[in-house]
Each structure stands twice: as C-alpha cells, then as structure tokens.
Design a protein. Structure first.
Length: 186
C-alpha cells in the first residue's frame, strides 16, 4: 500500500483527498506538501474494554492521563503513536484498526486510540462490542487535502470549491451521510 507521500511523489496524481494530518508538526506530517482548507477537524477516541455488566475491567484506564505505563494498539505510521507516547504509553504495532481492536479485546494491549469517525462506525457496526470510549482528545487531527508544494493554483481552486461546498451545506450533507454527523462543522 502506498503512503500519501509515495502517491504524490509518483507524479500519478496532484492531490490525495483527504488525508488526516496531525494538528502539530510531527514525523507523520508529510514534508514538501501544501494543504487546502480543512474539510473538518477530527477528535481521537481513547477506547478501553469494559465488562458485559457495564463495570470497568481492572485495567484502570479512564482518561488519556491513565495511559502512563500501559500499551496502546496502533499503526506505527499513525498520528496516534505520538499521542499515546506523549501520555507515557508503549505501542503495540498493528496493521489496521480491526487488528487494534482485537488486540484490546484479547487483552494483548490495554487500549486503542481511533479517530472519532472510525470508533463510532465500529460501534454502529458492532453494537455488542466490549469497548467503550473513556476519553476524547478534541481536534487531534484535521482532514485536509495535501498537494505538492508549488501547486498554489490547485490549492486556491480546491479552497474555493471547499468554501462553496461548505457554504451551500454540501460538505455537511456528505459528512452526515457517510460519518453519521457533521465533521465539517468541527
């Protein structure tokens, strides 16, 4: 699977729609990129297992601050690595969100950090799953369209189109249709 940088560097395309970019510069922020106006901000959900009777399991994770000394299942190329390590957690490397969830459910990792959109989709598709959100990190990432630096005309055209789609409600409608809530208003 190609990364955002690999795809843009291949000259096969001018933009990738839309990448999740950390709010701060990190090793995961693609260098040599410009970004169109944000399509929306995305929170990150910290999810931990809970017993079927609704009580917390004895892991003791109730917030991001409780991650110190715990393990978090996440992709090593994910922005959640920086978040988890920033709170003192070690990383259980995985290859996707489904594997991350399984690592937590099988007690091979203590928690998982997922983009809010993915977490709530997981709950909609698996209402009986023994995971629940214990904390939310607001505005952890922005959803933006990366383009190669020097493509200012393309960035301007994308920004104009996004502004029009935001103003007429199209972004909100698309967001609600595919994510279940208006991501563009964040």
């Amino acid at each position: 699977m190609k990364s955002i940088d690999d795809e843009l560097n291949s000259d096969a395309s001018d933009d990738i729609s839309a990448a999740r970019i950390p709010q701060t510069t990190s090793p995961f922020t693609p260098a040599g990129r410009s970004f169109a106006t944000s399509v929306g901000n995305a929170a990150s959900e910290l999810a931990a297992p809970f017993a079927r009777n609704g009580r917390k399991l004895p892991i003791g994770i109730q917030s991001f601050e409780d991650l110190d000394g715990k393990t978090v299942a996440t992709e090593v190329s994910s922005t959640t690595v920086e978040i988890a390590e920033g709170y003192g957690a070690s990383i259980t490397p995985i290859t996707g969100s489904e594997e991350a969830v399984q690592m937590v459910l099988t007690k091979r990792s203590d928690a998982v950090i997922l983009p809010e959109v993915m977490f709530y989709q997981l709950l909609r598709e698996n209402p009986d799953i023994a995971l629940k959100s214990v904390d939310t990190l607001e505005d952890a990432e922005i959803a933006a369209i990366p383009v190669n630096k020097g493509e200012e005309r393309l960035v301007e055209a994308l920004n104009q189109a996004l502004d029009e789609l935001r103003a007429d409600g199209t972004l909100a409608k698309i967001s609600e249709q595919y994510f279940g809530y208006d991501l563009s208003s964040n």
